[in-house]
Design a protein around this ligand. Structure first.
Ligand SMILES: *[C@@H]1O[C@H](CO)[C@@H](O)[C@H](O)[C@H]1NC(C)=O
Ligand SMILES: *[C@@H]1O[C@H](CO)[C@@H](O)[C@H](O)[C@H]1NC(C)=O
Ligand SMILES: *[C@@H]1O[C@H](CO)[C@@H](O)[C@H](O)[C@H]1NC(C)=O
Length: 402
């Protein structure tokens, strides 16, 4: 009933005669209300999305073979079985010009079979296909049209191809507020009737955590990540400020994973993956998964770390203590468990300690501490948990109360 009232108020607010007629048409109101409820509870985005995106590794150098082979690799590496389901194509998939009817078209030289065929292929592997557009005149590569002013037509095109996820970028935006530019695509996607995960990529420009949840399923809180320590840690810190806004249906997005792209050490990538998992960030792999080395695979395929990210409670873990580069991040999980990351951000080895009071545990509590990277359990731990950590290294635990 409450949503119904809210919806009627929206209609009343828009005082054209057709809206007034709409108000009288209960059938239409009910069906619209149904669609709107689906935005918030449509079975997508209940936990953070997991998958892959082409940008961090390939940039504009993509084609349909790469996408098909990536879908194959997602299955053959075992990553699909761990929950990585979206195969997301970023910028540069389309022709610069729309066709004679104004439709966006796949680039003939690189996607000759077209997007419908590619979606069919990806779906045949049990995976989902994502695509990219922009809430402006052109995409960021300037090699494709944006969707501003073409939202309904483009959403229908994407739905007709069988697209399951849309990343919506922020270039060539005419200086119009994202709060005006993103909702029309949100509505357009809903109106297609196809559940399409809507990923807002307005770079944290107008604090999207504060309004994104009624528009999309995730929102970027930061500018683009780069494959280095400073960029990764600063994305983590900026994103952390918005922790309280995340939850089932809508997630803070500190940008995609760089794990496996070569610019950080293994311990830095382990910290990157651990913090993204704890912060309930989208886990979108950004390396070439057709040629995964064992180290990268073991970072990305840690089912215990993934389980923290996908925990049903959906509460974003956050930085709870920071002293001289020694950090404690923590958050609650379902079944009264607690996830903890201790992290040495210094350039030297140091001991990092999470005292139970830092992570919301009463001092007398005894827990079993599962080390998610070592795959070992310390029984009956109380008071604090502590470890000596190499430069930039972390440990990640799940604490279960005894
Ligand atoms: C009311 O809306 C429904 C759903 O869109 C439509 O099928 C129906 O024809 C409309 N009825 C009137 C009287 O306009
Ligand atoms: C976008 O297109 C509109 C309408 O054609 C035009 O007025 C505007 O200048 C363009 N903006 C940019 C940034 O290209
Ligand atoms: C993770 O990757 C490693 C290295 O390839 C492999 O041995 C292990 O079986 C994989 N684990 C899962 C759960 O897929």
């Amino acid at each position: 009933m409450v949503t119904g009232i809210a919806f009627l108020l929206v209609i009343l607010d828009n005082s054209s005669t057709s809206s007034a007629r709409l108000l009288l048409n209960r059938t239409m109101v009910m069906s619209k209300e149904h669609v709107r409820r689906n935005l918030l509870d449509n079975g997508i985005g209940h936990t953070p999305p997991m998958g892959w995106n082409s940008w961090n590794h390939f940039g504009c150098n993509i084609n349909e073979e790469i996408i098909r082979e990536t879908a194959d690799a997602m299955v053959s590496t075992g990553l699909a079985a761990l929950g990585y389901q979206y195969i997301n194509i970023d910028d540069c998939w389309g022709e610069l010009n729309r066709d004679s009817e104004g439709n966006m078209v796949a680039k003939a030289s690189t996607f000759p079979s077209g997007m419908k065929a590619l979606a069919d292929y990806v779906h045949s592997k049990g995976l989902k296909l994502g695509i990219y557009s922009d809430a402006g005149n052109l995409t960021c590569s300037q090699q494709m049209p944006g969707s501003l002013g073409h939202e309904d037509q483009d959403a229908k095109t994407f739905a007709s191809w069988g697209i399951d996820y849309l990343k919506y970028d922020n270039c060539a935006n005419n200086g119009i507020s994202p709060k005006e530019r993103y909702p029309p695509m949100s509505e357009a996607l809903l109106n297609t009737g196809r559940p399409i995960f809507f990923s807002l990529c307005e770079w944290g420009q107008e604090d999207p955590a504060t309004w994104g949840k009624s528009v999309g399923n995730s929102w970027r809180t930061t500018g683009d990540i780069e494959d280095n320590w400073d960029s990764m840690t600063s994305r983590a810190d900026i994103n952390d400020q918005w922790a309280s806004y995340a939850g089932p249906g809508g997630w803070n997005d500190p940008d995609m994973l760089e794990v496996g792209n070569g610019g950080m050490t293994t311990e830095e990538y382990r910290a990157h993956f651990s913090i993204w998992a704890l912060a309930k960030a989208p886990l979108l792999i950004g390396c070439d998964i057709r040629t995964l080395d064992v180290t990268t695979q073991e970072l990305l395929n840690n089912s215990e770390v993934i389980a923290v990210n996908q925990d049903n409670l959906g509460v974003q873990g956050k930085k709870v203590k920071s002293m001289d580069g020694l950090e404690v991040w923590a958050g609650p999980l379902s079944d009264n468990k607690v996830a903890v990351v201790i992290w040495n951000r210094n350039s030297y080895t140091a001991t990092v300690t999470a005292s139970f009071s830092d992570i919301g545990l009463e001092s007398g509590t005894s827990v079993d501490a599962r080390d998610l990277w070592d795959h070992s359990t310390q029984s009956s731990v109380s008071g604090e948990i502590s470890a000596q950590l190499d430069s930039h290294a972390c440990k990640m635990y799940v604490l279960t109360r005894n």
